[in-house]
Design a protein around this ligand. Structure first.
Ligand code: PGA
Length: 245
């Protein structure tokens, strides 16, 4: 696992965006695995900028997202479909038919199965990841066991608390989500995880220091990946005591 320390969050996102852009330039019909959340926002801002400057063509790109809340319709402002449309898809020349965010409403079991089929159709060339305060990736929450495939996950109290900042109050935060499993994430050819902020220190410490893998910190699974990059800023690196060897 490669660890990059940058001067600040903005630079971290620029590097992650460049990694994604390079994959698209090398393979115009690349499949991107995308993430939502506050951290990913600036990555999309950079990708839009590259597109607007004429350096990037999304016309043949396809995408699949990590997860979606159970119970939010695609037009709900806090749904991840809505996020993706507004933060990226509406601003570039991607064909929306080639974008997939699993539906969080209707027959959930059927949606989970459709999501798994979608992942089997075509491998992900590069997967963008954020990390939860508890170390989750996608919505794979800390537990005594982790799941390999797409499934419904009960959200951890810490996740509900952290994500309540996007809702009017904590009671509005959905209690469940559909997520890629750990195996689905690990099957992507390349992983890029971006993290910033004090709240992530505990999760990032056991990811970037030592070679232990913990079910209580699902992100540590990516230490096993052949082509994973973790990008953190100086502030976070100092906070967790990470030093390049
Ligand atoms: P955040 O979420 O970027 O909003 O902190 C990341 C995550 O929960 O994976």
């Amino acid at each position: 696992m490669k660890i990059i320390v940058t001067e600040n969050y903005d630079r971290s996102c620029e590097i992650a965006a460049k990694m994604i852009a390079d994959v698209i330039r090398a393979k115009p019909d690349a499949r991107l695995g995308l993430a939502t959340g506050g951290t990913a926002e600036a990555v999309y801002t950079y990708l839009i900028k590259e597109y607007k400057e004429g350096n990037l063509d999304f016309s043949k790109v396809s995408t699949v997202n990590l997860d979606e809340y159970v119970g939010l319709s695609p037009d709900h402002p806090q749904s991840y479909r809505y996020y993706m449309d507004n933060k990226l898809f509406n601003h570039v020349n991607i064909d929306k038919k080639n974008t997939y965010v699993v539906s969080g409403i209707g027959d959930i079991e059927k949606n989970v199965a459709e999501f798994q089929r979608k992942l089997q159709e075509k491998p992900i060339d590069i997967q963008l990841l954020g990390i939860g305060v508890n170390g989750h990736i996608g919505f794979n929450e800390p537990n005594s066991v982790l799941k390999e495939k797409t499934h419904v996950e009960e959200l951890d109290e810490s996740t509900i608390r952290a994500n309540s900042r996007f809702f009017r109050n904590i009671d509005e935060v959905p209690r469940k989500a559909i997520t890629m499993g750990i195996g689905d994430i690990m099957r992507a050819k390349c992983l890029v995880l971006v993290a910033t902020g004090k709240a992530k220190a505990q999760a990032i410490r056991s990811l970037v220091i030592g070679d232990e893998i913990y079910c209580r910190n699902p992100s540590t699974m990516i230490k096993l990946h052949q082509n994973a990059t973790v990008i953190i800023d100086n502030e976070l690196a100092e906070l967790v005591g990470y030093k390049k060897d």
